[in-house]
Design a protein around this ligand. Structure first.
Ligand code: ATP
Ligand code: MG
Length: 434
């Protein structure tokens, strides 16, 4: 009966110390997105199932075997927990006609759901932030999105030792992929004996995905396969070169990986991944590219588009290794008090300090002054406000330095905010000197 309740396998609680790191990360990310003109959009976590089949492709890993789909027992609707953000974002853009007055740059962040085998860096509920630029056709936006990522790695302090490497490829246009596909299937058919089960299954549904196989036994075969890049026409090549020129100008090293195909069907032209070797098999921290056909495919007036998504858990795992990414948050002031009158004064004092912008932790749960001081010290607060019977009677408090350089002193309540300000930020005279 009293079996412990557990979170669903592959779905994690993010506990306070970690959640604080996430928040610091999110704050930095918001500033960075704003610097590139992206505006937030928030979509529901649940969408009608057909959206994903139509957008992502019926024979992709995600749609075939990773989606949390169910029937709403209350009304019989077919629903799916979103496995990624692009489909929902484009759906929202079309539903609200956001492209009516020109291109849009949008970003979102939140949980995604995929029924995969949980392992380090791979979860069933994971988090992404993603950006989508809609209505822009040139290679400039592709390049800017990649350059943007490079800046984020710098901002996060992750770039120092070439930690995260950029791979790019071009998937060309549909006709080019079709010609390549025909040759690829012929090539693979000549070697069916060497294919694994997965590749055999993919051979006539999504052969491009075979190139992306992680099976070491297939590497040589895949290495010798026809390369999509050799099938690109003039326009596709020009676009690809345009992206590369801007990357070179920005001094961003990259590697062309002809086998980079991405797992979702909606991509064309530029695709890219940022990959690290520090996370084992789950090394892709950011992936994206162009998807010019998706808007029309979902029923909109054709509009080019380009975007990427980052896996936040994987980025946080990289940041974990970095000391001092965030300061553990501490209150400015810890209020210790004993006695009923003191408690009431403690509440007043704490609110007065919060009025001036201080973070204040008021002790609760009683205990001796000694044990309260232990807590105060452990909290990391800069100073303690002490209120006992004497202080309460005098409508005053005692200030005790915990980490600031000052002498303990008794202060009338009305001077408290000023004095704490002096202790925390220095006196006015010192400010004037600066
Ligand atoms: P992978 O090849 O690792 O399965 P993917 O191609 O399925 O990745 P995308 O759909 O492009 O991934 O998602 C973009 C990013 O989201 C990935 O690069 C990764 O950082 C993150 N991501 C994808 N699936 C998961 C997951 N199950 N758990 C944690 N992060 C994930
Ligand atoms: Mg996947």
């Amino acid at each position: 009966m009293s079996q412990t309740l557990q979170a669903i396998r592959g779905m994690n609680d993010i506990l306070p110390a970690e959640a604080e790191r996430w928040e610091a990360f999110e704050e930095l990310v918001r500033d960075w997105l704003t610097a590139y003109g992206y505006r937030p959009i928030r979509m529901p976590l649940v969408e009608a199932t057909p959206l994903f089949a139509r957008a992502i492709g019926a024979v992709t890993d995600i749609v075939e075997k990773e989606m949390y789909s169910f029937t709403d027992s209350l009304n019989g609707e077919q629903l799916t927990l979103r496995p990624e953000g692009t489909a929902s974002c484009v759906r929202a853009v079309l539903q609200h006609n956001l492209l009516y007055d020109g291109p849009k740059r949008l970003w979102y962040m939140g949980p995604m759901f995929r029924h995969e085998r949980p392992q380090k860096g791979r979860y069933r509920q994971f988090h992404q932030f993603g950006i989508e630029a809609l209505g822009l056709a040139g290679p400039d936006i592709d390049a800017e999105q990649i350059i943007m990522c490079a800046r984020l790695w710098d901002d996060l302090g992750l770039n120092g030792d070439g930690n995260i490497k950029l791979e790019i490829n071009s998937l060309g246009e549909a006709e080019e992929r079709a010609r390549h596909r025909a040759d690829l299937v012929t090539y693979l058919e000549r070697h069916t004996d060497q294919l694994d089960e997965e590749a055999k299954r993919r051979l006539h549904t999504n052969p491009l995905r075979i190139l992306d196989t992680k099976n070491p036994a297939l590497q040589a075969l895949v290495e010798g396969a026809p390369k999509l890049i050799d099938y690109l026409g003039e326009n596709s090549l020009k676009h690809f070169e345009g992206v590369q020129q801007l990357l070179k100008d920005a001094v961003i090293p990259y590697r062309i990986n002809p086998r980079l195909v991405r797992g979702l069907d909606y991509y064309n032209l530029t695709v890219f991944e940022w990959v690290t070797e520090q996370l084992g098999a789950q090394g892709t921290v950011c992936a994206g590219g162009r998807y010019d056909g998706l808007v029309a495919q979902l029923g909109g007036k054709p509009a080019p588009a380009c975007g990427f998504a980052m896996g936040i858990e994987r980025l946080m795992a990289l940041l974990e290794a970095k000391e001092g990414f965030i300061e553990p948050p501490a209150p400015d002031v810890y209020v210790v008090h004993q006695g009923e009158a003191a408690q009431r004064l403690a509440f007043r004092a704490a609110e007065m300090l919060r009025n001036t912008g201080c973070a204040v932790f008021t002790h609760m749960g009683g205990g001796s002054f000694k044990s309260q001081f232990k807590r105060a010290d452990a909290s990391g607060a800069q100073l303690a406000v002490i209120i006992g019977d004497d202080e309460a009677a005098a409508n005053a408090v005692t200030l005790k330095p915990l980490r600031v350089d000052a002498e303990q002193q008794r202060v009338p309540l009305e001077d408290l905010a000023d004095r704490v300000g002096d202790w925390l930020y220095g006196t006015d005279e010192e400010f004037d000197e600066e």
